[in-house]
Ligand binder design. Sequence first.
Ligand SMILES: NC(=O)c1ccc[n+]([C@@H]2O[C@H](COP(=O)([O-])OP(=O)(O)OC[C@H]3O[C@@H](n4cnc5c(N)ncnc54)[C@H](OP(=O)(O)O)[C@@H]3O)[C@@H](O)[C@H]2O)c1
Length: 253
Amino acid sequence: MKILLLGGYGVFGGRLTELLLDIEDLEVVICGRNQKKAEEFCKTHSGNATLTPLGLDRAEIGAQLPIVQPDVVIDASGPFQAYGSEKYATIEACLSAKVNYLDFADAADFVFGVSKFDEQAKAAGIFVISGVSSFPVLTASVLRELSKSMEIHRVTGGIAPSPYAGVGLNVMRAVVGYAGSPITLFRDGKRHQAIGLAETLRYTISVPGKLPLRNTHFSLVDVPDLQVLPPEHPTMQSIWMGPAQSQRFCIEC
Ligand SMILES: NC(=O)c1ccc[n+]([C@@H]2O[C@H](COP(=O)([O-])OP(=O)(O)OC[C@H]3O[C@@H](n4cnc5c(N)ncnc54)[C@H](OP(=O)(O)O)[C@@H]3O)[C@@H](O)[C@H]2O)c1
């Protein structure tokens, strides 16, 4: 299998590559706008998989697909909130070239809109899957499991990353981009607008049998969970999602 990975030397693309390195018969084309960074990444990472550097701007992907001929394109570049009027250009290029597509999108509107490509993807015989990352996949998995034994009415979710987890520039660009702006969520059974990062709550994560973590401050973010999960659980009236500052950031502040 050959994967073309946009953002291949970024924090998340790089982590994905590290996890794929032990697979034989796999080639990962490590892409980003800086050829030197792609080459450096490939030099410093080795395993059973083959890594190939490629200086490539996402905007040029249509021209590269017939040359590289990947089986799958993964977009781990972002920030997906800032893709603008051509926001689905990579998906459209993959549909024309009949190449499978996945992304790590964390922008609610972006992920919610991808279902419009379902029929075209099926007709082309490919997968087009958006939001294949912590938000909304972890929440979706937990809710699917819980819904086997209960009706879900209200969801308040948070994610508190380990202080050892890297945070990429594009994650920061995404979050800063909508801070103070209205974002769409479901509240009391209706679509509702709330202000990104301005709504907060405090929660103490306390795993039974372990010392509780320090009381943590969570802030509302614009993640796909807010829009893609309510239709999956018709009894759900409200949803709120927020990441927390990691312990390391608290100490540094
Ligand atoms: N859904 C989730 O739960 C979740 C979780 C984590 C991350 N994400 C999203 O994943 C994205 C990446 O996060 P990250 O932490 O890995 O960010 P990052 O470390 O800043 O990495 C971004 C990578 O994309 C490349 N890039 C940027 N613009 C590009 C373009 N136009 N064409 C090609 N490559 C481009 C960058 O390299 P150059 O600038 O050199 O081109 C860099 O390698 C973000 O949008 C983030 O919000 C989602």
